[in-house]
Unconditional design. Structure first.
Length: 305
């Protein structure tokens, strides 16, 4: 069952086309990852979905209602967390949380207290004293303490430390387990891989790929940089190796996750003196996508990870 559906969204600012035919669908009980580099159109899309901006053309519906015309009714059932939270400076964090919860018609004090403890937030401090990370915590506590049916999260972990990121991920999983839906906009690929059932990739206002992580297998490639005592002449012929570049006696390449074990066993035969690994960045993915579809592309991006 579709909770959110956007079809052919177009949004222009003067001569600049911010969105050019964006399509998104989020189903009930699903976490949908909306990913792309900064400036790709993620936040503009979300503002259209929230009814803050009106699309020049296309259609956006949430709970079967028009995102622009029925924004007030829709907002009663959604929780939104932006990537840079602005709060009332003279209110305490607890007062802001209570205000947001009441606006959504909720009154679950036990859930509120539990989330405040989990996110290690002092709700008695004035918002003007909070760091960026603590402002994010206020918004996250308010969102997850409400009885929302859809969570729209736009770079929600911006400013959070790794421990708090893990708490956030637990909250998303708990929301999903109770049948809630989540639209998660992020440029943190590991976060998306861990949480999302499906992903949509946007670049320069266009959706360039979408599907499950299983379908978008290249999302799970790992960058490797290897130096060995003896040369590895057959590396290019191994299954799962991509974008192989020789750098003197060393190699940099990418490996599909399901073949990583076999590749490591293979290269260990040649006396490994240095091995570095790193997950691909989203920029890597976009460069690979466009080079892979360009007629002029005859080789990989190369370079050491």
């Amino acid at each position: 069952m579709s909770i959110l559906q956007a079809s052919n969204l177009v949004k222009r600012f003067g001569r600049f086309t911010a969105l050019n035919g964006v399509n998104i669908e989020v189903n009930k009980g699903e976490v949908f990852g909306f990913i792309g580099p900064n400036g790709a159109g993620k936040s503009t899309t979300i503002r259209v979905l929230l009814g803050i901006l009106k699309a020049d053309s296309g259609e956006a519906k949430i709970f079967g209602k028009d995102a622009w015309k029925d924004a007030v009714d829709i907002h009663k059932r959604i929780a939104y967390v932006p990537g840079d939270v602005n709060l009332w400076p003279n209110l305490t964090g607890g007062e802001v949380i209570d205000l947001f919860i009441k606006l959504r018609g909720g009154n679950n004090k036990s859930k509120r207290e539990e989330l405040i403890q989990r996110f290690d937030l002092d709700p008695t401090k004035k918002c003007r004293t909070y760091s960026k990370g603590n402002r994010q915590k206020v918004a996250l506590v308010a969102a997850f303490a409400s009885e929302a049916d859809l969570y729209i999260l736009d770079e929600p972990t911006s400013g959070l430390d790794p421990l708090m990121e893990r708490i956030f991920q637990e909250c998303v999983q708990e929301a999903k387990n109770t049948g809630k839906s989540v639209l998660l906009s992020s440029h943190v690929l590991s976060e998306v891989e861990r949480l999302c059932d499906r992903v949509g990739i946007i670049r320069e206002g266009k959706m360039i790929e979408s599907g499950s992580l299983g379908e978008l297998r290249h999302l799970t490639r790992t960058n490797l940089y290897v130096e060995t005592i003896r040369p590895m002449d057959s590396l290019a012929s191994l299954q799962g190796v991509h974008e192989l570049v020789k750098e003197g006696e060393a190699f940099s390449f990418q490996v599909d996750s399901e073949h990583l074990d076999n590749i490591i066993q293979y290269i260990s035969q040649f006396g490994v003196t240095k091995l570095e690994s790193a997950p691909p960045t989203l920029e890597d993915l976009f460069m690979r996508h466009y080079e892979g579809t360009s007629k002029s592309a005859n080789s990989g991006a190369g370079g050491r990870p």
